[in-house]
Design a protein around this ligand. Structure first.
Ligand code: KDG
Ligand code: MG
Length: 402
């Protein structure tokens, strides 16, 4: 029996911060897991380094489910983003190893492909509506069949999702930037802005929009109703979702499809949302929801309730978890869409990937495992840089959801 002989954490910042777990077995097989928690990276690194790595040496890398239960139940303290991201890293690395040992891509270990590739959506944005329209045109020219549209709201400088450089990167400052937010200005602006996209480009592609947790259920219901004629693929994170039952109010107010879950860590965060069909798409990710093992459980529950998948895939999810997501996406019957924000070219100096974007879909490679390798020498050239996500404040100075 092979055993785990080495496990180490690689912290690197090629374009942005990433925390990666690398596990090596006695047979010399290596596996990678993403452990990046944007703005709180070192907490997960310490959880792994100080409390998990000492438990791994000598264990059987084949027993993925047992490892998951051991780390989850064995900690006594359950759930939460730090714990679940750390478990995800171990889980993902073990699936990578199992695939390499079997000589199979992870999607074959998961039952084989149910589709050729995973439809993705790209992120169009603009400081003004005309700029947004130009960006949508660019994504259409690149062959994207689904596009998220965000624009700066006049009078609300803290608008979410507007790219300033080549890559959208909200965690950009060494202390949190405080941004001004006006819900009133947003609600006046968003319907006209999204209507302008449909007016110029028509309905021959999927249009998505991210509210980023900034509305109350009443406001979200009103927005969803105003957007109905635009036939959005989804309205994302209309309200913070700690109170799962509050989504019933949004649901009753509008037929605009609802997507939620990028900040969820476990199946219990979305149990009611799924089983009462309060959402249409579940956005939990491999890295923040306990790895392939636990995300598959969430997706399987969702399948029973006709809820489809739409995994989070912003650039703070490393190429390792993006690849893991795509392997899972192509196997589950209830796949909906995969978010894809291409990483900065410098990120690929460290992470060598093999998935491919073709015809608006990501295709995992048939290479054994997850098909991602890390260049540790390159990683050492990009030391960690403390970076925080912004904080939103309303016009009266009080803190709002970012
Ligand atoms: O780290 C936070 C980002 O991942 C998040 O703001 C991105 O909302 C997001 C999205 O939909 O990609
Ligand atoms: Mg989002």
């Amino acid at each position: 029996m092979a055993t785990i002989t080495e496990a180490k954490i690689i912290i690197t910042s090629p374009g942005r911060n990433f925390v990666t777990l690398k596990i090596t077995t006695s047979d010399g097989v290596t596996g990678l897991g993403d452990a990046t928690l944007n703005g709180r990276e070192l907490a997960v690194a310490s959880y792994l380094e100080d409390h998990v790595l000492p438990l791994l040496t000598g264990r059987d890398p084949d027993r993925i489910e047992d490892m998951w239960q051991y780390l989850y139940k064995g900690a006594y303290w359950r759930r939460g983003p730090v714990t679940m991201t750390a478990i995800a890293a171990v889980d993902t690395a073990l699936w990578d190893i199992k695939g390499k040992v079997a000589g199979m891509p992870v999607y074959d270990l998961l039952g084989g492909r149910a589709r050729d590739g995973a439809l993705v959506y790209g992120h169009a944005s603009g400081g003004t509506v005309p700029e947004l329209l130009d960006d949508v045109a660019r994504f259409r020219d690149l062959g994207y069949r689904a596009i998220r549209a965000q624009a700066a709201v006049p009078g609300s400088p803290g608008s979410y999702g507007v790219r300033h450089g080549a890559v959208y990167e909200p965690a950009a400052t060494s202390l949190p930037e405080e941004q001004l937010w006006s819900t009133e200005a947003y609600l006046d602006f968003a319907p006209d802005c999204l209507a302008a996209v449909r007016e110029r480009f028509g309905f021959g592609f999927h249009l998505l929009h991210d509210v980023h947790h900034r509305l109350t259920p009443t406001e979200a219901g009103r927005l969803g109703r105003r957007l109905e004629d635009l036939r959005l693929f989804w309205m994302e994170d209309p309200s913070p979702a700690e109170l799962q039952e509050s989504f019933r109010q949004i649901r009753q107010a509008t037929t605009t499809p609802i997507a939620v879950g990028e900040v969820f860590n476990s199946i219990w965060d979305c149990q009611q949302l799924i089983t009462e069909r309060l959402i249409d798409y579940i956005r939990a990710s491999v890295v923040h929801a306990g790895g392939i093992t636990h995300l598959r459980r969430i997706f399987n529950l969702a399948e029973l309730y006709q809820v489809r998948t739409g995994s989070h895939g912003a650039t703070d999810l490393s190429p390792v978890s993006l690849s893991a997501a795509v392997h899972l996406d192509v196997t589950v019957p209830n796949f909906g869409i995969q978010e894809y924000m291409a990483h900065a070219p410098v990120t690929h100096e460290v992470f060598h990937t093999s998935y491919e974007l073709r015809d608006g879909a990501l295709h995992p490679s048939p290479a054994p495992g997850l098909g991602v390798e890390i260049d540790e020498q390159a990683a050492a050239r990009f030391p960690y840089e403390p970076k925080y996500l912004p904080v939103s404040r309303r016009t009266d100075g009080s803190v709002h959801d970012w």
